[in-house]
Design a protein around this ligand. Sequence first.
Ligand code: ATP
Ligand code: MG
Length: 564
Amino acid sequence: MNKTTENSGEATKSKNFLEMIIDNDIQKGKNEGRVHTRFPPEPNGYLHIGHAKSICLNFGLAEKYNGKCNLRFDDTNPSKEEEEYVNSIMEDVKWLGFDWEDRLFYASDYFDQLYEWAVKLIKDGKAYVDDQSADLISEQRGVPTRPGIDSPFRNRSVEENLGLFERMKAGEFPNGTHVLRAKIDMASPNMHMRDPVLYRIMHSKHHRTGDKWCIYPMYDFAHGQSDYLEGITHSICTLEFEIHRPLYDWFLDQLIDTDYRPRQHEFARLNLSYTVMSKRKLLELVTEKYVSGWDDPRMPTISGLRRRGYTPEAIRNFADRVGVAKRENVIDVGLLEFSVREHLNKVAPRIFAVLDPLKVIITNYPEGKTEDLILENNPEDPEGGNRVVPFSREILIERDDFMEDPPNKFFRLGPGREVRLKGAYIIKCEDYKKDENGNVTELYCTYDPETKSGSGEMRKVKGTLHWVSEAESVDAEIRIYDRLFMNESPDDLEEGGDFKSNLNPESLKIVKGKIEPSVKNAKPMDKFQFQRLGYYCVDLDSSATKLIFNRTVTLKDTWAKMNK
Ligand code: ATP
Ligand code: MG
């Protein structure tokens, strides 16, 4: 873990391996000392916390080295990409606090240039049209320990290849009948070098180029060249692309004659316990309605975390804390939760909310009287200010803060016991009432007028409870979210298993709560600490007539306790 302290900045923080590479490049005067990165999402789903890590890394390095970072949509596959995803990705990057300025690009911006480069490869005898099916091609590719078999079309003449490629582009052939392949080495130990496919036929409309193209470049043929065209210096990607790097470099070597080259560097992707991060699986949860959408507060998507009440600061701090590794690893999701707790602790006002109310009548408090108590919003925030909380004869406390026959260590209410009502008085339980089913329905307490909070030295009691005054309290729907998966590694499955069998059946509980009146004008996304309960935020669908809160995170890591 990196040593980070809020204000001490760079000096105390050890450098990660990418920073060391960049330092070294700058020292050698590589690319005139420029640092230019890019974040290259494929718009085929919403971004998740793993992408957030990549965004923080790419934009963060650019910021740190006074460089630039581009946003580039890798939109080479028309059948899977949608405008909705493009928009959500831009929103998420901005929300995280990063700015691509005027550098918004699409791989599809380069389709003409990529086509010309493909033609150049053909003319140089380094690419050929293969008429075989995808299955046959992959069969002939062999296995790493054994060379592959040459395609019967490998030695077509340049003229024939040019003619066929032209006709592929003109739409003369159906999908799957021809591909353009690089002519590299069918015996290479690196399978990606065994005549990889450069272009395939796809009669599909593209979200930006419409019907202009019916052949589309493969990711590998687009990525390095896009980096080149944008002047990228450090092309940072996840480890699975390490084995693609020779191909990335091969294309540039064939096509580019300048000294400048983008250079690919790989880091370990972020994996989180109790979390799935594959876009395919997240899409499955959305389309099969296991969650309410991509922004369901239980989703590890950036939009889900945002709706849940996470802050950009919390996510950025988390990304910083996990650092960059060269080897695969799994980060405890507790660290992400810790980061949001840590930030919300500083910025979220404290309020009183009772989620499972039990009525308390303070028998010696005058009927019809209300006192306006002035309470501090956030002891952690010097500028947090105060609020008014009404106190009266009839209040609500949390049902589980009372026990008829409590053990000694229960420092809450029980017959004859005393507690402090936070910010108010000490009360003593004198009696209680039960219904015909034996459920406690009302407590009868007395208060000690000499114990008003803030009025100097006074006697102390062990327990302090949160509460609301019944008459002034407001109703709210409270969505108590928990982790979406019960298992630490929801992707680790037995043969034929389904990750969805690991879903946590208790990941959402909805209750009707009562909240102090100061929340009446709360707006969607406002964040609070419900004292003693956790951090909550106002949901996007909340309104003045129906307040809805989402639980962001508990006050403590309850899972860590449970698993011990
Ligand atoms: P796909 O399976 O669709 O390729 P992907 O998660 O790789 O999914 P991309 O849109 O290609 O999605 O990813 C954009 C960028 O985010 C890439 O540079 C990728 O390496 C990076 N990225 C994706 N997942 C993670 C992760 N878990 N941790 C860190 N970076 C990630
Ligand atoms: Mg990808």
